[in-house]
Design a protein around this ligand. Structure first.
Ligand code: F6R
Length: 244
């Protein structure tokens, strides 16, 4: 628990930077799982600063984003491709070939093949070293809404009503929020060697309490993180307010 999200993001950025540097000295790649949304924006800002001011290089970094709305044009305001370029990728020296984000433009009949390939690509580079997560008020991680099994893999899902309500302002009205998305599964996330879930503000306090102290259940997919051997929940004071 940190005083505020700025301090928390600096600490998480330090951990990411040291992972990248350790891998660099060994001549290895660092495989990062990344999230979008309001939660990680300051984290990405700090990584960009470290690249510009401290020479942190991302040449050996391979990334896999958690999710994307479906359907979604990559140029649209709400696209996670656009988000990642704007907050991170356009400002660092990552090789664009090393960036993976679920494709919101593929034909519906090709979605399951795409998802299978996404899993295969993660496995091909040796699995995720570190997965960054936010959390939705439904308890979703990625877009694994309530009902998502512990062993679920990358797939198309139906967004929960509450998630669509929370996204309404980004889409200028709930009716414009897509009903579906492509997301890594809970199982995909749990295979990561290290997981950091971040949450800020009082609006997340209730779901954080359930995630940390509640029973493990697919009604709150984030509770599956309790079973991971190397997961940390990073909070500001407001998000921690309901913890006992
Ligand atoms: C985004 C993602 C979601 C968000 C969650 C919280 O890639 O996977 O699980 O992390 O919906 O969103 P914010 O950060 O906007 O509160």
């Amino acid at each position: 628990i940190y005083k505020d999200s700025g301090e928390a993001c600096r600490a998480v950025a330090q951990e990411i930077a040291s992972l990248i540097r350790i891998k660099q000295t060994k001549g290895e790649i660092a495989v990062l799982g990344l999230a979008t949304g309001s939660t990680p924006t300051r984290l990405y800002g700090e990584l960009v600063r470290m690249h510009k001011e401290e020479g942190l290089s991302f040449r050996n970094v391979v990334t896999f984003n958690l999710d994307e709305y479906y359907p979604m044009n990559p140029d649209a305001l709400q696209s996670y491709v656009r988000f990642m370029n704007e907050y991170l990728f356009d400002h660092i020296d990552i090789d664009k070939h090393n960036i993976h984000i679920p494709d919101g433009t593929i034909d519906i009949k090709d979605v399951s093949r795409f998802c299978f390939e996404y899993e295969r690509k993660i496995a091909e580079v040796g699995g995720l070293d570190l997965q960054i997560l936010g959390i939705g008020r439904t308890g979703h991680i990625g877009f694994n809404e309530p009902g998502s099994p512990k062993d679920s893999v990358t797939r198309m899902i139906t967004l929960d009503h509450l998630t669509r309500v929370d996204a309404a302002s980004d889409f200028f009205g709930e009716e414009n929020v897509p009903r579906t998305a492509i997301t890594m599964g809970v199982g995909t996330i749990l295979k990561s060697r290290r997981i950091i879930l971040m949450a800020w503000g009082e609006g997340k306090a209730k779901i954080i309490k359930t995630t940390v102290e509640g029973q493990i259940t697919d009604s709150v997919p984030a509770t599956f993180l309790q079973t991971h051997h190397n997961a940390t929940i990073v909070l500001d004071e407001a998000a921690s307010a309901e913890l006992t």
